[in-house]
Design a protein around this ligand. Structure first.
Ligand SMILES: Nc1ncnc2c1ncn2[C@@H]1O[C@H](COP(=O)(O)OP(=O)(O)OP(=O)(O)O)[C@@H](O)[C@H]1O
Length: 273
C-alpha cells in the first residue's frame, strides 16, 4: 500500500501532506487557534501536543474541513481545506468520540464506512477482517456496538479512520480506553501505516506514545505553536538533569509560554478572557 494524493492534482508528489499558513480560529472573543504555520512531510508521524484547551481539536477540525478557519489557510494532501470534496477522500479522522452507530454491529459499522468511501467489496471485506483480527475484535464483530466497551468502540473508530488507506490520518487520542495489549497493537499499527507512507497526525496526552512514534512534535499552548522539533531535540531542551523526558520538555515549554503570556497580560486559557 502506498497512499497517493490525487493523481489529477497539479500538486507535486513531494508536496507536504499538511501545510498551514497563519491558520487562525476565533470563537467570538475566544482565540482558539492563532496564526498556526507548520508543515508535515508525507509518510511521517507528527505528534501534536498541548494542554487541555490548547486548540488541538479545533486545529484538527479545520484540517479535516469540519470547521472553517477565521483566517489563514492550509493544504492537506495537496488540496486547500476550503475544498472539502477534494480533501475528504484523502483523509481519515478519529475524533474524540468516534462516529459510530450503537444499533449496528462492529462489522456492519465498518462495512457501512467502506460503502461511504466506495471501496470495492472484495478489497474492503479482506481489509475489515484483517483489521478486526489485528485488534482482537473478530469474535465480537457481530455484536451490537451498544454492547461494546469503551475500548472496543475506540478500536472500531480507529479501524474506520484508516480502512480506506487515506494519505493522511488524523488521530485524536487513539489509545484512549485501550488496555496495554491493545495500546501496543495501536502503536505498532500506526508505525506500520507510517512505513507504508501514510501520514499520521497524532494528538495525544500520552507522551510515551509520541516519544515512540513521532518524527516531529509540535506543542500548542493557548492556541499558539510554542515549540516544534524532533522528540530528541525537544527533550534536550529540558533542563531537569540527566533523565530528560518528553514530559519534562512539554512541562517546560508550556510553562515558559504561560509565564510569557502572563507577563503580556494574556490568560493561559483563552476561554477565560
Ligand atoms: N465550538 C466552540 N465554541 C466556543 N469555543 C470553543 C468551541 N470549541 C472550542 N472552543 C474553545 O477553543 C479553545 C480550544 O479548544 P480545543 O477543544 O480545540 O482544545 P484541545 O486542545 O482540543 O483541548 P483538550 O485537550 O481538552 O481536548 C478552548 O478555549 C475552547 O473552550
Amino acid at each position: 500500500m502506498a497512499p497517493e494524493f490525487d493523481t489529477a492534482s497539479p500538486t507535486p508528489k513531494t508536496a507536504p501532506a499538511i501545510a498551514t499558513d497563519g491558520l487562525t480560529k476565533h470563537y467570538g472573543e475566544t482565540s482558539a487557534v492563532s496564526d498556526l504555520t507548520f508543515e508535515v512531510p508525507r509518510g511521517t508521524v507528527y505528534g501534536f501536543l498541548g494542554p487541555n484547551g490548547a486548540g488541538k481539536t479545533t486545529t484538527m477540525r479545520m484540517l479535516t474541513t469540519l470547521t472553517k478557519p477565521t483566517s489563514g489557510s492550509a493544504r492537506v494532501a495537496g488540496h486547500p481545506i476550503t475544498d472539502r470534496e477534494a480533501v475528504t477522500p484523502h483523509i481519515g479522522y478519529l475524533p474524540e468520540e468516534p462516529p459510530i452507530y450503537d444499533e449496528l454491529t462492529g462489522r456492519e459499522q465498518l462495512e457501512y464506512a467502506a460503502g461511504l468511501r466506495d471501496l470495492p467489496e472484495a478489497e474492503s471485506t479482506e481489509r475489515i477482517e484483517s483489521l478486526l483480527a489485528r485488534f482482537d475484535l473478530t469474535t465480537d464483530a457481530d455484536k451490537r456496538i451498544s454492547d461494546y466497551s469503551k475500548g472496543m468502540r475506540q478500536k472500531v473508530g480507529v479501524i474506520q479512520a484508516v480502512l480506506h488507506e487515506p494519505a493522511v490520518a488524523f488521530l485524536d487520542e487513539p489509545t484512549s480506553g485501550l488496555d496495554p495489549r491493545a495500546a501496543r497493537t495501536m502503536r505498532e499499527t500506526i508505525a506500520e501505516l507510517a512505513d507504508q507512507q501514510m501520514t499520521i497526525f497524532l494528538s495525544t496526552h500520552i507522551l510515551s506514545v509520541v516519544d515512540d512514534l513521532a518524527d516531529r512534535v509540535g506543542v500548542l499552548h493557548g492556541g499558539e505553536l510554542v515549540a516544534e522539533d524532533d522528540p530528541e531535540t525537544l527533550k534536550s531542551r529540558a533542563e531537569t538533569g540527566e533523565t530528560r523526558s518528553l514530559e519534562d520538555a512539554f512541562l517546560e515549554v508550556t510553562k515558559e509560554s504561560s509565564d510569557e503570556r502572563r507577563e503580556a497580560g494574556v490568560s493561559a486559557d483563552p476561554s477565560f478572557e
